[in-house]
Design a protein. Structure first.
Length: 148
């Protein structure tokens, strides 16, 4: 995959370049593909185990394939009190997956997150960074329909 190689190579001379390369890859693919870890090990002159270790150390990096759209629901206290649990159930049943999973068609990944600073609109959901405020279980199908 020339593309992956090119992305990594762009950071090869920089201090901390490996992490920056992973960020760039995740931005493009939504996760760090296994080939990228092999390639990064070669380019940065570290073992594959070390390259894998860096990719899995940071919670914001993912080595698991993730969907095109990353749905995150806030589970911090204000959103929790406002009924996040019910909204989580609604997403899980609409998507047919549990939190932390990706739909089989690779379209959606559903994750939990900490407070995203929009507590005035609890329950808060983001999809690829776009915030949805005051989300209720009833609103979930319409929100997902925007991405169909
Ligand atoms: S607690 Fe959910 S956005 Fe702050």
């Amino acid at each position: 995959m020339a593309n992956i190689k090119d992305i990594i190579a762009r950071f090869s001379e920089k201090p901390g370049g490996l992490i920056e390369a992973y960020h760039a890859l995740q931005k493009k693919y939504n996760y760090i593909p296994a080939e990228a870890i092999k390639e990064a090990a070669k380019i940065f002159g570290v073992s594959e185990a070390q390259a894998y270790g860096v990719a899995t150390f940071y919670s914001y990096l993912s080595v698991k394939p993730r969907g095109k759209y990353i749905i995150r629901i806030c589970e911090s206290a204000p959103c929790h009190i406002a009924g996040a649990d019910e909204v989580i159930k609604a997403f899980e049943s609409e998507l047919g997956i549990k939190t932390g999973e990706t739909t089989p068609d690779g379209k959606f990944t559903f994750e939990l997150t900490e407070c995203v600073g929009q507590c005035q609109g609890s329950v808060v959901v983001t999809i690829n960074g776009r915030p949805y405020l005051d989300v209720t279980p009833e609103k979930v199908p319409a929100i997902l329909a925007e991405y169909s």
